[in-house]
Design a protein around this ligand. Structure first.
Ligand SMILES: [Zn+2]
Length: 375
């Protein structure tokens, strides 16, 4: 989704991006309006699109700012023709038990619709007081011929539509948070996704009644896909969170000594599948070195000692730590190996190579187990 969007500045420190398909919407509005009512009306049509997207940005900012306040910062807001999406920072957003986070999740979810309700009430109140000629209660509620009235009603509509209990709409997120009080996050998401997809199906069917409701089918289709994507990422995240390092770490691995010469080290590396080696003195770990680094040093400076080439900065992990936590440590500092310790004793290693490999294996073994359970 990020690849097809262009940066459009920052608001309150949150990156704002516009998806390329959004420009198709603008061109579509311009062409259809100017063909039927002339360029003046086309200008008003674009102004209406601008108003609606301004409201979507305010809605997403509501999520982003409350999220940041609650410790889940937003990376970017992306504007799509169907609305906005706030990308929360995945590295900080881990799947803690729902017991701890359900209140926070509800607050973040409700912040968006709340912003729209506030704008609708404020704008509606002001219009009723100072500009009664706008005729707030007349139809059509949202139309380019009456922009002030459209501002009020498009906000009201955005708030109500997003409050539908159809995951991943905000109302569905509230539902998921409520479920997660009593079950693990994956089951809570599954249940919310099922309800969301029931709504999506209803939308699609309702849209087929008449061609003028065809947009309902589109919304239903979008909801269906979005729910499925969200479910997948939650399941993947939960695999990362539930698997402990002791389940996947390499326990049979080669080590080097700081006093080894680089030629000895290369000799050992030849006989091992490992790309990265812990460097051990006695029972202490003093550094890490990669096969690549050994080769580079040999080429550049000839033979020397492991001690002078090894990397002294490294992270260690406990064997009870989760895969997700090891993954965060590896990527945050651009490392390729993490020694796993128990009571300060080296019991295994986890390398990026072995992490990728075991994630694929884990996914496969879960699939097999699931298939065995539901033949
Ligand atoms: Zn929202």
């Amino acid at each position: 989704m990020r690849n097809w969007s262009i940066p459009a500045g920052r608001i309150f420190g949150v990156e704002l991006r516009v998806h390329l398909t959004f420009f198709f919407l603008l061109i579509f509005v311009w062409l259809t309006e100017s063909a039927s009512h002339g360029p003046l009306s086309a200008g008003r049509g674009l102004a209406l699109v601008g108003i609606i997207f301004g409201c979507v940005v305010l809605h997403e900012l509501g999520h982003a700012l409350v999220g940041r306040h609650a410790g889940v910062p937003a990376k970017a807001i992306i504007l799509l023709p169907i609305g906005g999406v706030t990308l929360l920072d995945e590295t900080q957003h881990s799947l803690e038990p729902g017991i701890l986070t359900w209140k926070r999740d509800i607050r973040i979810a409700l912040a968006g619709p709340l912003v729209n309700l506030l704008v609708a009430f404020a704008a509606g109140g002001i219009l009723l007081a100072v500009a009664p000629e706008v005729q707030l209660w007349a139809t059509p509620y949202v139309h380019s011929s009456n922009l002030p009235r459209s501002l009020v009603w498009s906000n009201a509509w955005l708030a109500l539509f997003n409050l539908l209990p159809a995951y991943p709409m905000d109302g569905g997120r509230v539902l998921r948070a409520l479920f997660s009080r009593r079950m693990d996050p994956v089951r809570a998401t599954r249940r919310a996704v099922t309800i969301g997809q029931a709504f999506a199906t209803l939308f699609m069917l309702a849209g087929m009644i008449s061609i003028s409701y065809i947009w309902l089918t589109l919304i239903g289709f979008f909801l269906f896909i979005a729910a499925q994507l969200e479910e997948r990422s939650v399941v993947f995240q939960s695999v990362l969170e539930t698997v402990r390092l002791e389940d996947i770490m390499l326990t049979d691995f080669a080590t080097l000594s700081p006093a080894d010469t680089l030629e000895d080290a290369l000799e050992k590396a030849v006989h091992s599948l490992q790309d990265d080696f812990p460097v051990i003195r006695g029972s202490d770990m003093v550094g890490v070195i990669s096969r690549q680094k050994i080769l580079q040093a040999l080429r550049a400076e000839g033979n020397g000692y492991v001690q002078s080439v090894m990397n002294r900065i490294f992270e260690v992990a406990q064997k009870k730590e989760s895969l997700a936590s090891a993954f965060r440590k590896l990527t945050a500092r651009n490392l390729s190996i993490i020694p796993v310790v128990e009571d300060e004793r080296l019991v295994g290693i986890v390398t990026l190579q072995n992490l990728m490999h075991s994630m694929a294996l884990l996914a496969e073994s879960r699939k097999l187990r699931k298939a065995a359970l539901n033949p």
